[in-house]
Design a binder for this molecule. Structure first.
Ligand code: HEC
Length: 149
């Protein structure tokens, strides 16, 4: 009888440990997914910047701009509640100001979609001006919600 109780206690303890580890893994996965998404957007921004620096062609900017718009639409889902890890750069304010955070993600999507349209239009001056607005949208969110902007 006593032995059964010890076994039960041991079982409960390992369940508790497994649950804790599970939360840790979920947070790590979320951190990894958003890190990948943000890095992909960084790569798209660099590709666009290089094309602008080379004076075109504007058509090359359409796909990376659309990629940014596509990822921007997923940003809120990359920050599930409880996914704040001590070693990441996501500030706790994200979840306190969720509507504002989501609005900043949407603003990026809107600006990136406008950039894709501008690139389709082909005028590099318009593309350059719209690119600055996309960069501004990255910065606006990082300033408010990223620990090391
Ligand atoms: C709605 C908010 C928001 C927008 C918009 C946003 N970011 Fe981020 N970004 C974050 C947050 C928050 C982090 C920190 C995430 C973490 O550490 O878990 C981050 C991190 C990053 C990182 C570091 C990733 C890593 O793990 O090394 C890069 C690069 C990055 N963002 C690029 C961009 C670019 C480029 C844009 C615009 C095209 C952009 N971000 C737009 C919120 C945003």
């Amino acid at each position: 009888m006593k032995q059964t109780r010890i076994l039960l206690a041991a079982g409960a303890l390992s369940l508790a440990l497994a649950a804790t580890a599970g939360i840790g893994i979920a947070a790590d996965d979320a951190g990894e997914a958003r890190s990948q998404a943000m890095k992909t957007m960084g790569g798209s921004m660099k590709a666009i910047k290089d094309t602008i620096g080379a004076g075109g062609p504007a058509a090359d900017i359409v796909a990376p701009a659309q990629k940014i718009a596509e990822i921007a639409a997923t940003i809120p889902s990359l920050f599930p509640e409880g996914s704040d890890a001590p070693d990441d750069e996501a500030k706790a304010e994200i979840w306190q100001n969720w509507d504002d955070f989501s609005a900043k993600a949407k603003a990026l999507g809107d600006e990136a979609t406008l950039l894709a349209s501008a690139a389709q239009g082909g005028d590099m001056a318009t593309v350059g001006a719209q690119f600055d607005k996309v960069g501004g949208s990255c910065g606006a969110c990082h300033k408010a919600y990223r620990a090391k902007p």
